[in-house]
Structure formats: structure tokens, C-alpha cells
Design a protein around this ligand. Sequence first.
Ligand SMILES: NC(=O)c1ccc[n+]([C@@H]2O[C@H](COP(=O)([O-])OP(=O)(O)OC[C@H]3O[C@@H](n4cnc5c(N)ncnc54)[C@H](OP(=O)(O)O)[C@@H]3O)[C@@H](O)[C@H]2O)c1
Length: 362
Amino acid sequence: MDRGVKKISLLHLGIGNVGKEVVAQIQAQKDEIVKQFGLDLVYCGLFTVRNGVFAPDGLSEEKIRNDLSEARYAPVDIEKMVLHAIDEMETPFILIDTTASDSTFPFLEKTLKKGGYVVLSNKKPLAGSLKQFENLQRLGKNRIYCETVVGAGLPVIQTLKNLLITGDEISEIQGCFSGTLGYLFSQLDTGKKFSEVVMQAKKLGYTEPDPRDDLGGVDVARKALILSRFLGQKKELSDIALTGLYPKEMGMLSVDEFMSEIKKLDDEYAEKVKNAKTQGKVLRFVATVTQTDCRVGLEAVEKTSDIGSLQGPDNIIIFKTKRYFDNPLVIKGPGAGLAVTAAGVFADILSSAQIITGGIHE
Ligand SMILES: NC(=O)c1ccc[n+]([C@@H]2O[C@H](COP(=O)([O-])OP(=O)(O)OC[C@H]3O[C@@H](n4cnc5c(N)ncnc54)[C@H](OP(=O)(O)O)[C@@H]3O)[C@@H](O)[C@H]2O)c1
């Protein structure tokens, strides 16, 4: 290999929808990245809940291509295997977390303690307990890359960090961070019934298998919590003022029962839509983060505003700052999707790899 080419070892947890796409994008661009940046991204470990493959010097193409979810491997103690893999890595290396798990913290902690870098699309380690978040920041604030945890591939986290590091003062971050809820409310604008729209979204695969996982708003609250923590707030998830879209009692029902009871909410939502309309407004599920406050819930907003004109599953994030005051900084576009999310993870891997190697390639 060319003497100027530097090897960067990758350990990757969570080879699901996003993870598979990340692996595919990296493998497809591997030669181009060697050429352009002098970086050889070498997969050394791939892990799912039950299976894993690891080789400290790099996995063969065949092992990388194998589908870990196939029952071709005997189940292994994945925790032990990942901790062992981190032990074996020569620093610096990158640990990628594209799981949806709240139990990857020990792997991230161990990686950072060892001087490695982490790249996350999994928001749970950053939206877990405050103590956990602060530990990760203390161990390696500048070695954590997490662009895709809010707004998928949209440049939200880097924009926030750039604003802060250049001395701007953020007075408010506001936006719609759920493609699913964006879809629901722009459909309600057209006069459809709430139950009809939820059923349609479920059928199209836009919602989680249990739509309450979207309608409860917790995923949006996690994203708002992460933004608030980057702003310096010391909040737990339970401190976020969150108003979900169904009454608490309906949380006890089975999914099927919920889907048949949801019709009972139609009149209430029709009334809300009508009231908003008479004031030139529409309903949107909005997250608002200020220096002290963090709240998530349904709001009636001006139809012609940036948030009100948002259509379908797009996300929007609006930064109101000292420098962007009269005309706020607005980021808008797809806030989910495998290709854009994986590309965001890939870009984070490249950014950290360039920092690791000093970023200069002749
Ligand atoms: N999809 C999007 O558009 C999007 C956008 C932004 C962020 N994200 C985030 O990206 C993450 C991945 O999403 P996804 O749609 O790819 O989810 P997914 O298809 O459910 O994949 C999750 C993967 O993680 C594995 N896993 C779970 N716990 C693990 C553990 N403790 N150790 C190792 N592997 C573990 C699972 O293994 P098994 O296969 O064995 O179950 C599975 O392969 C989520 O956190 C999601 O919120 C997704």
C-alpha cells in the first residue's frame, strides 16, 4: 500500500437498515477515499444483537458482505465480544453505533477512554441520563460525532456547534423533528380524519409498528433534549414538557385495540384543525428549546410561517440567534431515510478520520 495512505479501523454496532446502508456506501467509495484523502477505512468488526464478526487486522470482503442476521453464525455473547474488540484495537479507531439500543453506553465509554472516536446515529446514549451524557462529554467531547441524531442527514448538530464555537448567542431553536408527525399533520390540513391519517401512515410503513411510539412524541423529546444539552441545559428526559397526541389511558391498550379506539379522537382533532384554520393557522408538532426551556407538543402556527408551510415528512430546524435574529437560520429537508442518514453517518466517519490523521493528503 502507498506509504501516504493511513489505515483507520472501524468497529460497527447495529447492522440493521441504516447500518447496512452505511457499510454499502463505505465499501462503494473505499477506493475513492484512498485516492482523495489517503484514508483506508478498514472494517474490523460488525455486530448485531446476537452475532458478530471481528478480525483486528481487517475483515475479508466476504465477511463484510455476509448478512449477520442470517442464522449462519452461532449466537455469541455480544457484549463480551465488543468489549474484547475494543481492547484489541490499536488507537485511534472509530466505533460506529447505528443500533436503536439504550445499552451501548459501556462500549462508547470504553472507546473514548482508550482514545478512540465514536460516530452515532443512535440518539439513546446522548438522551439517556444526564450523568451518562456528561460522562461521554468529559471523556471525549470532540471525539463524538452525532450529526444524524437530529434531522438525519441535515446539518443540524454541526451548525449548532459552529454557532456556539464562533461566539453566537442562541436564543431559540425551534422545529419539527418527526417526519411521521409532519406527514400526519399536513394530511390533516387537507380535511382528512385523524384516525384515517394514522391508519394510512401505519399502512405505508411511516409509523413504528405501534403508532403510539410516534404519537407519544418521545422520539422528538429525545432530539430536543440532546439539543438542550448541547446548549448547556442540565435536563433529564422527564424534565421535558411533553404533550403527546393521545390520552394516557389509551397507552394501556393493545395495538389493535388502540387502532380501533383511535376514531374516538377524530372529533377533537377536527375541532382543533377548524379552530386553527379560522385564525389562518395549521397544527404542527413543534419542539422549542431556549436557554432555559425545552418543550414539545402540538401547536397552532401561522400557515404562512416556515413551520406552517412545512409539507409531508420533511423536517425543519430554525435557529434564532444574536447574529440570525431578524432573519433566522433555517434548515429544511428530509429528516429520515436510509440513504441520507447513512450518508450523514459516513460523513461523520470521514470527518473523524481526517481529524485522526491530521487531514492533510498530498
Ligand atoms: N431510519 C432512519 O431514517 C434514521 C434516521 C436517523 C437516525 N436513525 C437511528 O439510527 C438507528 C438505527 O436505525 P435502523 O432503522 O437501522 O434500526 P434497525 O433496523 O432496528 O437496526 C438496529 C440494529 O442494531 C442492532 N442492535 C440492537 N442492539 C444492539 C446492541 N446492543 N449491540 C449491537 N447491535 C445491536 C440490531 O440487531 P438485530 O438485527 O440482531 O436485532 C439491528 O441490527 C436508530 O437509533 C435510529 O433511531 C434512523
